[in-house]
Write a protein that binds this ligand. Sequence first.
Ligand code: NAP
Length: 243
Amino acid sequence: MPEGAVIVTGANRGIGLAIAGELAASGFDLALVARDSERLDSVLAGLAGPGRFVTHAADVSDNAAVTAVVASVKEEFGAVYGLVNNAGMTRDGLLMRMRPEDWQRVLDVNLTGTFYFTRAVAPLMMRQREGRIVNISSVVGMTGNAGQANYAASKAGVIALTKSVAKELGGRNVTANVVAPGFITTDMTADLPENVKADLLKQIPLKRFGEGADVAAVVKFLLSPAAAYVTGQVLVVDGGMIA
Ligand code: NAP
């Protein structure tokens, strides 16, 4: 196992929870971040693996809180090996009706939160000449989506941010990659009307919606020695939906 913890944001449910479970079982030390600390505690209680696990309740859009989390994790584990920027949210609506605050909040959490965490870990990873950053975007960051201008723009931003980070930090052996899920069964997608889900399913060659575990397996690969020479890439995990 590499020295240092992996920070996973949005780790108390959905895809982040699956990522935490997969990485714990693989032997990583983990620092789990989300806002709801009770939910984080129950995740912590259920995690199984040989590593050490801690939780930090924080809002990823709060730069001071993010800086404090990264400083604590460095203190607790001695090093930060990996960062998985998974925390995210939607506030859907058609462009003409989208309120500026709904635009801003989604950008603040999905894109600026990813920037804050990435900037906070970058000096540590550069100094140790080792690090892995994995950012969770979405296929809609590549295709756009009616009713999700804010979300799609934030996720496209995550891709451009990641490619830039890959170029800036590559010389210090720090990789940065994107995982772009398609439709994954979580709270985020639970409220979609059945007819929309049925239409989506028709567009998926593998004929099923994804699970958190499908995304977690690819995140684990990007944190593994096998992915040492992979950087600046977007790995799409969508059952072939946008292929
Ligand atoms: P989810 O079930 O709604 O979970 C979202 C997670 O993010 C929760 O742990 C939540 O915890 C955390 N979070 C939200 N806002 C936060 C904030 N301001 N600060 C800190 N943590 C915050 O969503 P999901 O489906 O697992 O999605 C995870 C990631 O995958 C997101 O980036 C999402 O955009 C992306 N994605 C999902 C799908 C899909 O189909 N589900 C597809 C493509 C991409 P708290 O509420 O406790 O903070």
